[in-house]
Write a protein that binds this ligand. Structure first.
Ligand SMILES: C[S@@+](CC[C@H](N)C(=O)[O-])C[C@H]1O[C@@H](n2cnc3c(N)ncnc32)[C@H](O)[C@@H]1O
Length: 315
């Protein structure tokens, strides 16, 4: 199993530009919206307003695969050509770049590539895009303003109900780590942030941006990474592994990474407004008890909500 991916030939990486700190919610009014960085679709209209879909590169309903296990059907949703803020519903739910991710997932499902190659190919797309960006949100895969970012991510911290350690799985440039500290401090909750990242160049960027937390930023594949300590709150996306390995990711994180009495937080992911929570139900169907859930409307698209939920590890 691949422990990290380093698929990148970085031709331009201005680390110094990545350090802008833009988390607190008391930013000056009138601040110019950050220039949206087009990551994967640099020449696309939709990239200008897509925001992200919570990094849901591969979220979809499931069907039976030839191997008899749930397989992703990335475009199972009925095509919705109507654009709100220039994005179709599919683009909102499945995320920017899903057309690039789908063939990789399909190749894995057909048995043409293994999980290591899946990670290498996805990492090549993501890493190159994030590292080409200069603002901290885009370096974490989010195109939008600081306000959009806070709205899209801040709500997941409803799951952090006490002081403790916080691990961001897939920490990218570490922006969520620093925002988690700032946002929770405003609510009187003190956390100690850690990160793990599969793309070494992104972990290096996170360490460079956050030197005071550098020792807590690891390179690793969440599916196999076994740290020498455990964390009270662990935040992850399930799209970080091939769809058929998601249950294994949840089990691995609960067993090896979440501390007893701690929480595994999944999200934020985008789903259709008013729809039954699909990813939460899927995780429950694997035998995991969901302890809590939260959702917020998408800031600019009435068709979409952002959702997160959490599992608890017994003390
Ligand atoms: C969309 S960014 C998320 C940034 C931040 N955690 C957030 O939620 O906003 C996803 C990051 O996860 C990393 N990643 C993807 N698969 C991973 C895996 N299996 N193990 C560790 N990191 C992974 C990617 O390289 C990328 O930097």
């Amino acid at each position: 199993m691949l422990d990290s991916v380093s698929p990148l030939t970085i031709t331009r990486l201005d680390l110094a530009q990545g350090g802008t700190y833009e988390c607190p919610s008391h930013r000056p009014r009138g601040e110019m919206l950050a220039r949206v960085v087009s990551l994967i679709f640099s020449d696309s209209r939709r990239a200008r307003d897509a925001g992200d879909a919570g990094g849901q590169h591969a979220v979809a309903s499931t069907s039976r695969s030839p191997r008899g296990r749930p397989a992703p059907t990335l475009n199972a949703m009925a095509p919705q050509e109507e654009r709100v803020g220039e994005s179709t519903l599919n683009e909102r739910i499945l995320g920017r770049g899903w057309e690039l991710i789908q063939p990789i997932e399909a190749a894995y499902e057909r048995g043409e590539i293994d999980a290591g190659e899946w990670h290498a190919r996805i990492g090549a797309i993501i890493g190159r895009a994030y590292l080409a960006a200069t603002d901290p949100r885009a370096q974490s895969g989010f195109s939008g303003s600081t306000e959009d970012w806070e709205r899209a991510r801040g709500f997941i911290f409803a799951a952090v109900n006490r002081d403790g350690t916080f691990l961001d799985v897939g920490c990218a440039n570490g922006h969520l780590m620093e925002c988690a500290v700032a946002w929770l401090a405003e609510a009187g909750v003190m956390i100690e942030p850690y990160g793990v990242e599969i793309v070494p160049e992104l972990a290096a960027l996170a360490r460079q941006r956050l030197p005071h937390w550098a020792e807590g930023i690891s390179i690793g594949n969440a599916l196999t990474w076994t740290p020498d300590r455990q964390f009270d709150f662990v935040h992850t996306g399930l799209e970080y592994v091939p769809a058929r390995l998601r249950a294994r990711l949840v089990a691995h994180l609960l067993e090896h990474v979440v501390a007893p009495g701690g929480r595994l937080i999944v999200g934020a992911h985008s789903e259709a407004a008013g729809s039954p929570p699909r990813l939460k139900a899927e995780v429950a169907s694997w035998g995991f008890a969901v302890a809590g859930a939260v959702e917020v409307p998408h800031a600019r698209d009435h068709r979409v909500v952002r959702r997160a939920f959490w599992l608890e590890k017994p003390s």
